[in-house]
Ligand binder design. Structure first.
Ligand code: NAD
Length: 418
């Protein structure tokens, strides 16, 4: 697996962004300590008996950043680079994301340092069950509710639900992003991508841009990248380049997204093996001129020393978490390239996770249309709130989004007496 290491770790990116926003919001030192660090951070060893009989031990984390506004909420990532700093950064971002989207959750994240592609299905299940067992004391519908993230999926959430339910009785509301048959929500699989597209549509309408015929470049062809490509293609956009961990494809006329979706997302085959485009490396992706540049894989991938000078797009849409380093972020803004921030752009997943949780608690499923209507309403409202503040205060999209989120979390902490 050729994983490119980020030039600045996502955790450090989130820390720098927090410091900037905390200065702006004039937080005192106690508030900074409270909002800057984790509420609870747990590290576990996860022993797994491999198919060849050996025991291999993986390192796992569950970090709850804040529960001030509701149960902690955040995905579980299986990735070789998942470490404490990264997981804390992602947990922190979840707090701002749930606050900005105005769903009644706090922020958390989990991770296991593992390459899931190197495991058999049986090993993956064993890893998930042992990890769940070791963090299950922290979990619960009113404590901490995990979801899928990079390297995990509906099946992993089903094993997590089963493992938790063995101890506590059938509890669908303990995890979101489950299969529909186990209480998952219609529209959850594509929710993050659908949210990305709703934000792009709102931005395009405000800026006099069009989605139709626009050129789109996407890094990552997993849940978020592939579903975003599919929905944008259905809206008439030209998706001209995509990559996954093994490289990718470029075709200025537009890639055959429906068949690539089947090949790369459904069948999990490398994007670069699909016909109908020139093979490119992950580095070459950033040099392709486009209207919308959508990082949808790792954090820290857009940076001054790696690719900033090569980037030629109208707007960066952060579908991944923390893809842009703070220096690159500033330079893009000063070049007149807006960066629509991760915790606004990719909030669709957690918004529909909230709908899933509500449906589980009420034992009342919603239709696909109800889910998407409510998602559209909530994420567009968040977008408008950020846009208004940005206009009033003449700050970047990210700073405006942070100011709103920090203020909401600080207010909840204050009302609770902290
Ligand atoms: P996924 O595991 O389904 O897909 C990840 C994709 O990134 C795969 O195509 C993989 O091949 C590719 N990738 C991995 N390393 C790469 C590299 N070095 N270069 C290029 N591509 C690489 O993950 P996902 O759920 O689509 O998540 C993608 C990003 O979106 C992550 O940053 C995640 O935190 C964020 N996110 C996901 C959700 C969600 O609901 N899934 C919600 C919010 C944010």
């Amino acid at each position: 697996m050729s994983v490119t290491r980020a030039t600045m770790a996502p955790g450090a990116i989130v820390r720098t962004q927090f410091d900037t926003a905390a200065d702006l919001a004039q937080l005192d030192s106690a508030q900074r300590r409270l909002l800057g660090g984790p509420f609870r951070s747990v590290t576990v060893d996860v022993p797994v008996r491999m198919d060849d009989g050996r025991i291999e031990v993986f390192r796992g984390y569950r970090i709850q950043h804040s529960g001030a506004r509701g149960p902690c909420k955040g995905g579980i990532r299986f990735h070789p680079e998942a470490d404490q700093e990264e997981v804390l950064g992602l947990a922190t971002t979840m707090t701002w994301k749930t606050a900005l989207a105005d769903v009644p959750f706090g922020g958390a994240k989990g991770g296991v340092q593992v390459d899931p592609r190197a495991l058999s299905q049986r090993e993956l299940e064993a890893l998930t069950r042992t990890f769940t067992g070791r963090i299950s004391l922290l979990l619960g519908p009113y404590r901490d509710v995990p979801a899928p993230d990079m390297g995990t999926n509906q099946q992993v959430m089903a094993w997590l639900l089963d493992e938790y339910s063995k101890r506590n009785g059938y509890t669908p509301a303990v995890v979101t992003g489950k299969p529909i048959a186990l209480g998952g929500s219609l529209g959850r699989e594509e929710a993050t991508a659908q949210g990305v597209v709703y934000v792009m549509e709102a931005y395009a309408a405000d800026e006099g841009l069009l989605i139709r015929d626009s050129r789109v470049v996407i890094q990552g062809f997993g849940n978020v990248g592939a579903q975003t490509a599919r929905i944008l293609h259905e809206h008439g956009a030209r998706v001209i380049a995509v990559t996954d961990v093994d490289g990718g494809l470029h075709n200025d006329k537009g890639l055959d997204i429906p068949n690539l979706f089947d090949h790369g997302y459904r069948k999990r085959r490398p994007v670069a093996e699909f016909p109908g485009g020139d093979r490119i490396t992950n580095e070459a992706l950033w040099r392709i001129p486009c209207d919308w540049l959508i990082p949808a894989a790792l954090g820290g991938v857009i940076s001054k020393d790696r690719n900033l000078d090569d980037i030629d797009c109208r707007v960066v849409v952060e579908a991944a978490n923390a893809p842009t380093t703070p220096i690159a972020d500033k330079e893009l803004e000063s070049r007149g390239v807006p960066v629509l921030p991760d915790f606004l752009v990719n909030a669709g997943g957690v918004i529909v996770s909230y709908f899933e949780w509500v449906q589980n608690l009420q034992q009342h499923p919603w239709t696909f249309e109800e889910v998407n209507e409510e998602l559209h309403r909530k994420i567009t409202h968040a977008y408008r709130t950020v846009r208004e503040l940005r206009k009033q205060s003449k700050v970047s999209w990210r700073t405006a989004a942070y100011a709103i989120a920090l203020q909401r979390v600080a207010e909840a902490e204050r009302l609770r007496g902290h």
